[in-house]
Design a protein around this ligand. Structure first.
Ligand SMILES: [Fe+2]
Ligand SMILES: [Fe+2]
Length: 297
């Protein structure tokens, strides 16, 4: 296993990440970058940005807990060292998205209460399902849950948000792009490393498949809450109106063959769900796990 793991060494991480794409950034973006005036000044837009960023902090806190928790469960030294780099990546993600909450005007003293107020209960369940495996030092399900399910989801969500924000909010888009580069490394590790372990312990498969099905369900329920309940539908429509009133053309937001700016929230939800579930199926197939279709919330 030594060979491919050189791509997951601390040396590689240093050169590509802190000394590479994160050079000259502060909290993941240009030091002087600011949130757009519309986001800061329009209360509805600001609240929506806080709500979305809260889910990112919740997800990244779970990733931090999982990647650090898995270090002592890992069966070899190379995996421990990779997970140490991932732990620092995840801690950084927690920090930069928390910093975005501060940039959006959340007072430091109100951080935890803000998170509690806006966190999606289905996302919390999603995290708990994974952390139960980690707490039991159940390494293989833990890595599949973290590096394939959680990060597969994060990867697509970040990419979609990046497409939506690239022109409207370059500050947030830059924060996301460094995170996407990190997540790509993490997902790659899950896939490349865990396949051989599953071959040695095929009796683990049913447990992993159950976990995948359960986490996928909570993920879909989270998406459904974010996009298609009536409150969020109305909010989307109102934000679109205000953005139009604020003037300027709505730029194209191309992602997976669609212009996000033209989609209804329910269409965005379908596109995101389909994209992530397809990814799960492909990546799980590569490590010898049969994808289980989740119940629809
Ligand atoms: Fe992360
Ligand atoms: Fe990650």
């Amino acid at each position: 296993m030594g060979d491919f793991l050189s791509g997951y060494s601390i040396q590689y991480w240093l050169e590509s990440c802190p000394q590479g794409y994160l050079m000259d950034t502060e909290y993941g973006r240009a030091p002087d970058a600011k949130e757009p005036a519309l986001v800061l000044e329009d209360e509805l837009m600001r609240e929506q940005a806080i709500r979305v960023t809260t889910q990112l902090v919740v997800g990244e806190r779970c990733a931090l807990s999982a990647s650090s928790g898995l270090i002592n469960a890992a069966p070899d030294e190379a995996a421990k060292r990779f997970l140490a780099t991932q732990t620092l990546d995840e801690a950084r993600h927690v920090e930069i998205f928390t910093q975005r909450l501060y940039d959006l005007g959340v007072a430091k003293a109100d951080l935890e209460s803000t998170l509690q107020r806006y966190e999606n209960p289905n996302l919390v369940k999603f995290a708990e399902t994974l952390l139960e495996k980690v707490d039991n030092k159940d390494f293989i399900p833990g890595v599949v849950g973290q590096n394939i399910i959680l990060e597969g989801m994060a990867f697509s969500v970040f990419e979609m948000m990046h497409a939506a924000n690239q022109q409207l909010n370059p500050k947030f888009a830059q924060t996301l792009s460094g995170t996407i580069a990190d997540e790509r490394r993490h997902v790659g590790f899950g896939e490349n490393y865990i396949g051989a372990l599953i071959q040695q312990q095929p009796e683990k498969k049913p447990e992993i498949e159950r976990m995948q099905q359960e986490m996928s369900y909570y993920m879909l329920a989270t998406f459904s809450d974010q996009f298609s309940n009536r409150e969020s539908q109305e909010e989307f429509a109102e934000m679109k109106k205000r953005a139009a009133e604020a003037g300027g053309e709505v730029p194209k937001q191309q992602w997976h063959g669609a212009n996000l700016a033209e989609l209804e929230p329910s269409e965005m939800e379908d596109l995101l769900s389909d994209t992530v579930l397809k990814e799960f199926r492909t990546r799980l197939g590569r490590i010898g796990i049969e994808y289980q279709t989740p119940a629809r919330p």
